[in-house]
Design a protein around this ligand. Sequence first.
Ligand code: PHE
Length: 339
Amino acid sequence: MSTTTPRDELERLSREALAAIEAAESGEQLEQIEKTALARKGPLMSLMRGIKDLPAEERAPFGQAVNAARQSLEEAVVSRRDAFTAQRLAAEASDTRFDPSEPARPLSHGHLHPITRIRREAEEVFMGLGFSVVDGPEVETEAYNFDYLNIPSHHPARDMQDTMWLDSGHVMRTHTSPVQLRAMQRAEGKPPVRVIAPGRVFRNEQPDATHEHTFHQVEGLMVDEGVSVADMKAVLRLALSRLFGGSVEVRLRPHYFPFVEPGFELDMRPAGSPDDAPWLEILGCGMVHPEVLRAGGMDPEQVSGFAFGMGLDRLAMMRFGIEDVRWMMSGDLRFLQQF
Ligand code: PHE
């Protein structure tokens, strides 16, 4: 007659659990074994309940034996799991389709268009001088683009060659100057007005390396009591110095724009250049014409102002060494990715 002692039972359960651990083929199976055979209320730990039937002197050693068995089975689980991990890594490492040591592909991220960079720099500079940045429509009325700006109806700028007319009778604005009027009108006759207005402008031109049908300007306008040509020259010299990252000197050459009187083209060169150093033509400017002030709701007897218009494309071309303005709007990634 054979009797099964708790010791025998412990040995059998341990053996079975160990066999199951060795036979496990995955981490999930190991986890299953931990949850059943080795669980707090599983068969192994249930042996603890039989302790009370044992002779007193055997109880402590048996309890220790159960705990020891459980611990060594836990260790067997851990080492089996480590083996799985090592196996998986080895398989990945030997798989030629996947090289875990290869550096990650760099994330490609967007970047700013050269025009956007120059525009933002110009905005920073003028905001630092107390100007605010305003916007205006790209599709304009004939009145804002021409009439209010004192551009007579016989002016060649109006003819079909230069202006893109829409069937509705609107125009694609040919310059940012109409925003001067909108800014003054918003001020409702109350100076000061100190704004810049960057944006796209459109001309019906045959594109070449220096001409585009779509390009960019920044308009500037300052209207207040007693604004003079000297103010204009000082503001523009300071702004251009900051924009070009070095002190510049400027000169004004008389030039005709219908919306200013007097009107100028402004040239610049690095401050302290030799007398015969070349000047660079950089923008058009002048004192706002009384008719334009009036159209903007300002009283030319009370206030005066200066305005300027600066081409952003040419600025960006100078700054980044771009040779052909047509690249700006080309959308060509070979060009854009250089910035
Ligand atoms: N609007 C003019 C142009 O497009 C530039 C300009 C603006 C000139 C303001 C004087 C004053 O050429």
